[in-house]
Design a protein around this ligand. Structure first.
Ligand code: SF4
Ligand code: SF4
Length: 129
């Protein structure tokens, strides 16, 4: 028994570790990984299906601010990532491909108010580039 323990100890000392030194090193993210949702305002029809199917009630359809109404859908899905379980049902049901799951998993926060994903004005700036 003792010999076996010593053998395993020596083996582990020379073998490659299973973990990586994150964040300086990272493992590839799988192709179908489900991270933070990305919303494409140009494709959204405000149908609300994503909100209806969400099992965690993480999506609320809200009015776009008046200054963005010309370029954005009437109502857009506001997602609370604090409630989201990343099941991907909202992406699956979206008829226009407006809502897709990205590979972004850097979502930890100490401030619960930052978990609500409001695309204004961040994505307006991105669209203008
Ligand atoms: S991934 Fe699932 S839990 Fe998260 S917002 Fe979409 S439907 Fe809701
Ligand atoms: S299901 Fe798609 S098109 Fe419909 S409101 Fe949600 S994001 Fe917009």
């Amino acid at each position: 028994m003792k010999t076996l323990v010593v053998f395993k100890l020596l083996k582990n000392m020379v073998s490659k570790p299973m973990t990586v030194k994150f964040p300086s090193e990272s493992i590839p993210i799988p192709e179908k990984y489900r991270g933070e949702q990305v919303w494409d305002s140009a494709k959204c029809t405000s149908c609300g299906l994503c909100s209806k199917i969400c099992p965690n009630r993480a999506i609320e359809m809200v009015e776009a601010p008046p200054e963005y109404k010309e370029n954005y859908a009437k109502r857009y899905p506001m997602i609370d990532l604090g409630k989201c379980c990343f099941c991907g049902l909202c992406q699956d049901i979206c008829p226009t491909g407006s809502l897709t799951m990205s590979k972004n998993f850097f979502l930890s926060t100490f401030d619960p108010s930052t978990t609500i994903n409001i695309p204004f004005p961040k994505r307006v700036e991105l669209k203008a580039e």
